[in-house]
Design a protein around this ligand. Structure first.
Ligand SMILES: Nc1ncnc2c1ncn2[C@@H]1O[C@H](COP(=O)(O)OS(=O)(=O)O)[C@@H](OP(=O)(O)O)[C@H]1O
Ligand SMILES: Nc1ncnc2c1ncn2[C@@H]1O[C@H](COP(=O)(O)OP(=O)(O)O)[C@@H](O)[C@H]1O
Length: 215
């Protein structure tokens, strides 16, 4: 991406129906759950399990999955550091809109760079006491490369090892694990909790923080 553009002479337009009114109408609180980890670490599986679990509790969530967004919104982006940064920036903005609409937004992207994840977090500050609405909580799929690679659901690790894909995360491109995150889901070779068990952990966290309360 060369230039991100710059607009002058623009003014914020305040919508008369506010966030708190929207939340009351649909009886839920908007927030963002950001899932980060290597390819094959289980991000999409967790995102979809969480989506289903929230649905069965009467809470509407929506999954922004990196792979899927790259079919549309982000189809112009590749995997250079610059493009990954722009990818995460855009998804952070979209996630913010979803949360503002009152939705529980589940973003599942490799999001390999700490600074990009931090920038998304900064867009979604934790609530003050009047507007308890946004939450950007990072869920780190701490799955070792060896396990991701042994899964190789899409055959991409094999291609990356053969040098047929350049700049593959974990092989010849970096992944910076979170230094501190709200939820860390560890998987080790040979012992994996089920996706349902993992998503229950995230649901418990949301419940504990009051994000699943009636509005
Ligand atoms: N070079 C390279 N590195 C990493 N991943 C690659 C690459 N090329 C293609 N893919 C496929 O793209 C999916 C990752 O997209 P993301 O948008 O989540 O990536 S990123 O956050 O911008 O790093 C990723 O999906 P997941 O396996 O679900 O993580 C891969 O299927
Ligand atoms: N908790 C789990 N236990 C066992 N296998 C899992 C688990 N989570 C994911 N998998 C498997 O790992 C592979 C990669 O999962 P996926 O969700 O596509 O990862 P990612 O979105 O991070 O690339 C899939 O084949 C999936 O079935």
């Amino acid at each position: 991406m060369s230039s991100l553009g710059n607009s002058n002479n623009i003014f914020w337009q305040e919508c008369p129906v506010g966030k708190l009114e929207r939340q009351k109408l649909i009886n839920q609180k908007g927030c963002v759950v950001w899932i980060t980890g290597l390819s094959g670490s289980g991000k999409s599986t967790l995102a979809f399990a969480l989506n289903r679990q929230l649905y069965s509790r009467g809470k509407l969530s929506y999954v922004l999955d990196g792979d899927n967004l790259r079919h549309g919104l982000n189809k112009d982006l590749g995997f250079s550091a610059e493009d990954r940064t722009e990818n995460i920036r855009r998804v952070g903005e979209v996630a913010k809109l979803f949360a503002d609409a009152g939705m529980i937004c589940i973003a599942s992207l490799i999001s390999p760079y700490r600074k990009d994840r931090d920038a998304c977090r900064a867009k979604l500050p934790d609530s003050n006491f009047i507007e308890a609405s946004f939450l950007t909580k990072a869920v780190f799929m701490n799955t070792p490369l060896s396990l991701c690679e042994s899964r190789d659901a899409k055959g991409l690790y094999k291609l990356a090892r053969a040098g047929k894909i350049k700049g593959f995360t974990g092989i010849d491109d970096p992944y910076e694990p979170p230094l501190q995150c709200e939820i860390e889901l560890q998987q080790i070779d040979g012992i994996c909790r089920t996706p349902t068990a993992m998503s229950e952990q995230v649901v418990s966290y949301l419940e504990e923080k009051g994000y699943l309360e009636d509005q």
